[in-house]
Design a protein around this ligand. Structure first.
Ligand SMILES: [Zn+2]
Ligand SMILES: [Zn+2]
Length: 403
């Protein structure tokens, strides 16, 4: 491989590094935020999903990091072939015990490197120019794992350089370390605490950082600088004072109660009994109740109508919080909706029937003035699924029919 030129080798290194990020972050996102999102909903640490816009930003910066890591990786490969590093190829040369020990050493060294460079980057001047990019995600998603300013990416990659000059490392040991690194990194940014509530009481485990640990860093900035272990934060008094309390609160949350199956059966029964439901049994036409993702409270009543074979919807009633302005208007909307009253506003339009779904539509979030591509479908006669797309990401809401 050392005979290959830069242009031949670089795409290969770049792609490998992209896959390392994309497969682990993507798998975590797919499993926790899409396929089993219901199962983990009660464990969302900040009780709200990361915004699609912020995930795109995280993804974009991560691509820049992949590029920088690949460049530095290639540089290290060149140094290795020139005989400048302590890396070795013959497994027998250092044996199995060292192989395991070398991985442990890399992890310990990286943990220290990360803690101290991270604290340095929280120096107000460096923070503003470098580390702020990573902290734009105050509610991070798995995609934030590599979301660094290019200078921070170089600092993060410094650990590879440090390792190859201080620890005799077999290529496979380095590879295992890289896998460990990305998995723990994605764990820190998962946004969902999946560990058991006893984790912090287990003295063999509680010195490993958890998702809650790093999530608190993103939310509050000034504590929990550690990466893999909690030691440095404990030794230097930077552990968040409410770390244990927050972890216990998140892991003690109950799953949403109620029996959806029987509730649905009753809804269907009423659906058959009520005439207007029979008429619209196969269509989203009618009146729907939306709920707030965070509180679970009813947020609005929405009216969907059919016009010229297409569905459109307007807000017919809003349930405001005591702190909200009466008769809110859409300040962030553009065009004719700019500063228009939200009640009465057409915020959903152009849905055409396409098999069992209504596709090709758009939905506007009056809260931020953004329009999303959208697809809706009936899960049963009284349950409407409303999915909004932002690039490759989406979010699905459940609306319930009202009479
Ligand atoms: Zn982070
Ligand atoms: Zn930070």
């Amino acid at each position: 491989m050392q005979n290959l030129s830069f242009s031949e080798l670089f795409p290969y290194v770049l792609f490998t590094d992209f896959l390392r990020y994309f497969l682990v972050a993507g798998a975590a996102y797919l499993v926790f935020w899409i396929i089993y999102s219901k199962k983990w909903q009660h464990r969302i640490i900040q009780k709200k999903s990361p915004e699609a816009k912020s995930m795109w930003l995280e993804f974009g910066y991560s691509m820049s990091t992949v590029f920088i890591f690949a460049l530095i990786g290639l540089g290290i490969m060149r140094l290795k072939s020139a005989g400048f590093t302590l890396m070795y190829d013959n497994f027998e040369q250092w044996g199995g015990v060292w192989f395991v020990l070398s991985i442990a050493l890399m992890i310990l060294l990286h943990d220290a490197w990360f803690y101290w460079t991270h604290r340095l980057m929280h120096n107000p001047i460096i923070f503003r120019h470098v580390h702020l990019v990573h902290h734009r995600s105050t509610n991070p998603s798995p995609w934030a794992a590599y979301s660094f300013h290019p200078i921070e990416a170089v600092i993060e990659a410094g650990i590879f350089v440090l390792i190859v000059f201080t620890i005799p490392a077999h290529e496979l040991a380095l590879f295992i370390f890289l896998i460990y690194m990305i998995i723990r990194n994605v764990q820190g940014h998962l946004g969902i605490e999946f560990l058991s509530k006893n984790f912090l009481n287990n003295r063999w485990l509680n010195w490993h950082t958890t998702t809650t640990h790093h999530d608190l860093h993103h939310k509050h900035f000034n504590h929990n600088f550690g990466l893999y272990f909690t030691w440095w934060d404990k030794w230097f008094g930077t552990e968040h004072p409410k770390y244990q309390e927050t972890f216990e609160e998140v892991t003690a949350r109950e799953k949403e109660s109620g029996n959806p199956k029987s509730a649905r059966a009753i809804n269907i029964l009423f659906g058959v009994l009520l005439l207007n439901n029979v008429a619209s049994a196969q269509s989203p036409v009618g009146t729907w109740k939306t709920v707030d993702d965070k509180s679970g409270n009813t947020r609005s009543i929405v009216q969907i109508e059919e016009k010229n074979g297409m569905l459109e919807g307007k807000v017919s009633q809003l349930f405001l919080q005591p702190c909200e302005q009466p008769e809110p208007v859409c300040t962030k909307c553009s065009g004719e909706r700019k500063n228009a009253k939200i009640v009465g506003m057409n915020f959903l339009w152009d849905f055409k029937k396409d098999g069992k779904k209504w596709t090709g539509g758009h939905i506007l979030d009056p809260g931020n003035g953004t329009t999303y591509r959208s697809v809706i479908w009936l899960e049963d006669v009284n349950t409407l699924k409303v999915r909004g797309y932002w690039g490759i990401f989406w979010r699905t809401q459940t609306w319930t029919r009202t009479q």
